[in-house]
Write a protein that binds this ligand. Structure first.
Ligand code: SF4
Length: 350
């Protein structure tokens, strides 16, 4: 991976993304609850943030149908940077990518997203405390503050407008999610190397297939720990429920990208990537290998070529899946429009 250049950037919180979950049998994925062997000591630094929350339920978009055809602000521009969540979006559904990242159509924030943001904030602050103070009561107290802060933010202040019952319901649900966290790991035994850290990575295309410059990849890791044997462990929190294990492989894509970045920065391949699903207290763990990370690098470069092609041709086919049920863009998605009279498949449209 000698062609990869990495730099660590300052901590940010605004880098939000969504990891989408798809299909395929996973390799070397294991599910476990509360694996103490992976979590112990610590030395130096890292961290990033992937997803503040599970996919949100379908919501109504604040736009008229005509707005969905607004011209792409990036048409003709080669893709210079990519985040793991953007890459995941394109892999999941090119049309979703166009709605979200080309047309930049805003989706209405949802209570589930607010809950995810508050939980992430509370967990981040839990690790500011001395290890012996990291009890469930402390996390619940931190959650109350994080919940208030989240609802006061510009992004979420309208979501419960006039609906105090709904607000109470989500706060109660958030408390349950926080309590479940202690069923997947014991934070008193963990001293993170880094939390919520933005990492940037430049990937050069050794294949010389084109004259694009290096691809910049950047993202924020929830947490980086050092395992008992000194191996680096990247952990990502999910506030939703775990998908069946056989569907988990795709869920790890963004974490593999982080493993690539962390590996380059640290000069060694991380040992594991972990997804903690707090919705049902499930933890999935995947061992990382050098070969796997080389494949991720190739995948990222291939994705850039595919995205550039889609931008140039303005062809972003919708890809229907069970994730459509959580897609904010379903009301304007051609794949969910009434069948055309001519018999043309909606998935044939751009
Ligand atoms: S509704 Fe489904 S097919 Fe349409 S943009 Fe969303 S994920 Fe893609």
């Amino acid at each position: 991976m000698g062609s990869v250049r990495v730099s660590l950037c300052t901590l940010t919180r605004f880098f939000r993304g969504k990891l989408r979950i798809c299909c395929k049998r996973p390799e070397n994925v294991t599910a476990f609850s509360y694996d103490r062997r992976l979590m112990v000591s610590v030395p130096t630094a890292f961290s990033d943030r992937l997803n503040p929350a599970e996919p949100s339920p379908t919501t109504k978009l604040p736009l008229e149908p005509g707005e969905a055809t607004a011209p792409s602000p990036e048409a003709g521009e080669p893709l210079a940077n990519l985040s793991p969540s953007r890459a995941s979006d394109f892999k999941t559904c090119p049309r979703l990518y166009k709605f979200r990242h080309i047309q930049k159509i805003p989706s209405v924030p949802t209570p589930a997203q607010a809950r995810g943001t508050a939980i992430h904030l509370a967990l981040e602050r839990l690790f500011d405390l001395p290890a012996t103070d990291r009890h469930p009561d402390q996390l619940l107290a931190l959650l109350e503050g994080a919940w208030e802060e989240t609802l006061d933010s510009d992004e979420y202040q309208e979501i419960f407008a006039g609906d105090s019952d709904g607000q109470d319901k989500y706060l109660r649900a958030s408390r349950k999610v926080a309590e479940r966290y202690f069923q997947v790991e014991d934070p008193r035994e963990i001293e993170p190397v880094e939390r919520e850290k933005l990492i940037t990575l430049l990937i050069a295309d050794d294949s010389k297939r084109d004259d694009r410059g290096p691809l910049e990849v950047r993202g924020i890791i929830d947490r980086l720990d050092s395992g008992p044997d000194g191996g680096l462990v990247i952990t990502d929190y999910k506030t939703g429920k775990a998908p069946p294990l056989r569907f988990a492989d795709s869920s790890f894509f963004a974490l593999k990208v982080y493993a690539l970045m962390v590996g380059e920065e640290a000069g060694r391949t991380p040992a594991y990537i972990r997804l903690l699903y707090l919705g049902n207290s499930e933890a999935y763990s995947l061992a990382v290998s050098e070969g796997q990370l080389r494949g991720v690098k190739r995948q990222l470069l291939a994705l850039r070529r595919a995205i550039d092609r889609a931008i140039t041709t303005d062809i972003f086919p919708p890809r229907k899946s069970r994730l459509c049920d959580w897609c904010s863009y379903q009301p304007i998605c051609p794949a969910w429009a009434d069948p055309p009279a001519t018999g043309q498949s909606p998935t044939d449209s751009k």
